[in-house]
Ligand binder design. Structure first.
Ligand SMILES: [Zn+2]
Length: 265
């Protein structure tokens, strides 16, 4: 695509500017992983395409997407708070089966989570080809990120269309020697039997599975709602379910294949 020198259109503010190196996966997630020396990549939704790779190859990848102001906006307005939140900056209660996180700022965290998916949708690297949205939707999400506001109209809000759930993935038998907290599983996608079922994108970092349920209709899919209790809501504290990796269908096969690979090392 384009080189870094010269002016190009920033994908967020749409102004012509010198574009910065943008990581699709926030750099703060990557820095933590770098300590373990390896990254985990998922080529597509099939477990056989899952592999461990040395860092710097896929995960070090960046693209020229945003201008300096917009990079700053994402990092100051969304990433700083959200990373601190996930890492236990505020009070965290550990209960059987779930965690209660205090100090939750819904709009900020929601837009942080969605901005990662949004960056994947506008990035051109083949790594992100599974994440595609219509141009109009990319613009709508961009407008919400820029304005720090989820409202689309008097009656509609972005979170009517994208439900985001957060699940804490655990490994109670310690099968996976590379700890779950130090893994990143980039975007995968699962789809219902029917278009009307919607699409679920998922992404894992720091031991949290982010699930993005995208559906054009207003009602959330009942089965999904039943399965994932950790839907982000406008509350000052949120309940995050703890789920052992082997029961999370979306990541079960990936993690199982790591467990097998580790055992056969
Ligand atoms: Zn910009």
């Amino acid at each position: 695509m384009k080189a870094g020198n010269g002016k190009n259109q920033c994908k967020l503010c749409l102004k012509e500017a010198e574009l910065q190196k943008s990581h699709v996966i926030p750099d703060a997630f990557l820095r933590k992983i770098k300590r373990s020396g390896q990254a985990l990549t998922l080529k597509n939704n099939h477990s056989s395409h899952f592999k461990r790779t040395n860092l710097g190859k896929d995960f070090g990848a960046y693209e020229y997407l945003l201008c300096r102001n917009c990079e700053g906006l994402l990092s100051k307005e969304y990433e700083k708070y959200s990373l601190e939140f996930l890492r236990g900056r505020y009070k965290v209660e550990d209960h059987k089966g779930y965690l209660i996180y205090h100090g939750f700022d819904f709009e900020r965290f929601y837009l942080f989570a969605l901005s990662i998916l949004w960056r994947a949708s506008i990035a051109s690297s083949p790594q992100w080809q599974g994440v595609t949205f219509p141009e109009g939707l990319i613009k709508v999400i961009g407008t919400c990120i820029k304005s720090k506001n989820l409202k689309l109209s008097a009656s509609q809000s972005l979170d009517n269309f994208f439900k985001i759930c957060l699940v804490k993935v655990t490994d109670k038998e310690s099968l996976v020697r590379l700890t779950i907290d130090e893994m990143i599983i980039p975007f995968g996608r699962s789809q219902g039997n029917d278009v009307k079922d919607g699409v679920v994108y998922y992404f894992m970092a720091e031991g949290f599975l982010f699930l993005y349920y995208f559906k054009v209709e207003n009602d959330i899919h009942v089965a999904f709602k039943e399965r994932y209790q950790g839907q982000l809501r406008k509350r000052s504290l949120i309940k995050i379910p703890k789920i052992n990796y082997d029961v999370v269908e979306e990541i079960h096969y990936c993690l199982q294949s790591i467990a097998l690979a580790v055992q056969s090392d």
